[in-house]
Design a protein around this ligand. Structure first.
Ligand code: CAA
Length: 263
């Protein structure tokens, strides 16, 4: 069972088909250092290998922060082009591991989501934020730039104009403003509870279809409309070849609830 695994900087809990990964480094407001990235990668492998898990929620321990960014004391020790590039690539790998998961991933943003913390939320599929959360990309105030996908995922999500405003001014935005911008999907006083509710509404659906939707959107964002539509047609064909498709359409016609088996 997943709860048995011991990590230093995070916990993973399983609630039926839902897994919750909680970043937990209270002394640094859950900031991401290299040890935490290593543990996240291991935890994600465990989650993806567990066939019972249909959705993942990522959140931060405590009241104050989701994740306050990359660990600045670790960054401060970096020296030279190669060391910097390696840190960015290592963080990006974990962010891609998240966005490539075949199950939906929901960020429950319980407080500050700054720098790498904002980038972590952007690697998730859906974002739920506490009204008390604050989001921002303060990297330029530190003389650096986002390195965990922020300059790429944010403009894809909200457009280059709004992304550049946040990237260049480094201003913090409220959860309310993030909602208006389309950075977050939902505001909720209890973001973890709301994230669970959203996850429950997803795991009722066909799991293969869910993973194919994620793949279609992800691959489509990397290409032209025509090529993306071709990808969509290929994946549509794969969906149509599943037993879940027979079950879903058959259940509709028989006026009953479908029972998807992920086959
Ligand atoms: N890395 C390391 N330690 C951090 C940290 C971080 N990103 N964020 C906070 N901490 C530590 C603080 O140093 C402090 O430690 P001490 O108690 O030992 O002094 C502790 O967490 C509590 O933080 P504060 O005292 O600063 O708390 P606050 O309420 O005054 O402020 C905050 C909260 C606004 C979030 C502030 O902590 C802050 O600005 N943090 C840094 C945010 C930031 O710049 N993140 C971007 C990092 S760069 C990045 O992410 C690069 C990338 O993309 C690759």
């Amino acid at each position: 069972h997943m709860d048995e695994y011991e990590f230093e900087n995070l916990t993973i809990d399983q609630h039926g088909p839902l897994a919750v990964l909680t970043l937990n480094r209270p002394k640094a407001l859950n900031a991401l250092n290299s040890a935490t990235f290593g543990e996240m990668s291991e935890a994600l492998d465990l989650i993806v290998d567990n066939a019972e898990i249909g959705a993942l929620i990522i959140t931060g321990a405590g009241e104050k922060a989701f994740v306050a960014g990359a660990d600045i004391s670790e960054l401060n020790g970096l020296d030279g082009v190669y060391a910097g590039r390696e840190v960015a690539l290592a963080g990006q790998d974990v962010m891609s591991q998240i966005s490539n998961l075949p199950i939906p991933v929901i960020a429950a943003i319980n407080g500050f989501a700054l720098g790498g913390g904002f980038e972590l939320a952007l690697a998730c599929d859906i974002r739920v934020a506490s009204p008390r959360a604050r989001l921002g990309l303060p990297e330029v105030t530190l003389g650096v730039i986002p390195g965990f996908g922020g300059t790429q995922r944010l403009p894809r999500l909200i457009g280059a104009g709004r992304a550049l405003d946040l990237l260049l001014t480094a201003r913090q935005i409220s959860a309310e403003e993030a909602l208006q911008m389309g950075v977050v999907n939902y505001l909720a006083d209890e973001p973890l509870a709301k994230a669970r509710e959203v996850a429950e509404s997803i795991v009722k659906n066909g799991p293969i279809a869910i993973s194919l939707v994620k793949e279609a959107v992800r691959r489509g964002l990397d290409t032209t409309l025509d090529a993306g539509c071709e990808i969509e047609a290929d994946l549509f064909g794969m969906a149509v070849a599943t037993a879940d498709f027979q079950e879903g359409t058959g259940a509709f016609l028989a006026k009953r609830k479908p029972e998807f088996k992920g086959e």
